[in-house]
Design a protein around this ligand. Sequence first.
Ligand SMILES: [Zn+2]
Length: 263
Amino acid sequence: MRKILTISLALMLCVGCFGFVACGENGNEVQLSEPTEAPATAAPTSVPTEEPCAHVWTEANYQTPKICEVCGETEGNPLTPWFEEKGYSVNSMVVGETYPYVTACYDDKSKETIGKVTVTEYKVFESDETHEAKEGYEWRFVSVTLVFDDENTKYYGASYNAWAGCYYIGNKEKAPDPEEIKAKGEGYFAQDYNGKEYECWRRTGWDSSWDKKNVLTAHYEYEALLPIGYDGAIFLFVNSGRIESGAALADVIDENTLFFRLV
Ligand SMILES: [Zn+2]
């Protein structure tokens, strides 16, 4: 986390620095060039020929800044994603990469175990035999393996937990009402993307088994039907010892939380 903050600060300094140098160069050019007069026959180049646009602004969102509906001019920046605001370090989907996962033991929540989380598959696709195509949407599928083989797991088991969220809005996702879920199917959720609300769908699944050497292996799957190009789907493995009933995402996150962003 500290590393990320340092990088952001460095970027800010660079931008500031660049701006200053550019100004200095422009200033020098103006001072060095001889004053010239435009020939009388030349058409004026800087006189506006049209009325200035009486801008009609649409609100900024996480993908685009505030934009004028009439002339297309933009102002400012897109909104800052929740995860960026918080400074969390988020992993992208690198198949084969393994990450340590600190979580509580199953029989004794005061004890910790360190699992190994490996991304085993990640794909983005339009449709296949079991996933129907939908215009304007695409499927994202990810499979992850968790291995717990330390001493604490052997004696006390492991308790693991995954949450799903959005890189842009974090845990401010609207909970669909039960009637909507009934009508649109289990796993339905609404997702804002580029100023439009999409009807999305997701499923997560687990299975796990012990081998003869008391190693616990679990598989986690996440799949979702999302707007084409939407890169904000997040899942995270949290320390299950931190979860209390009704806890919000921000309350369970700590320095060991493992974040994955489906990009
Ligand atoms: Zn305008």
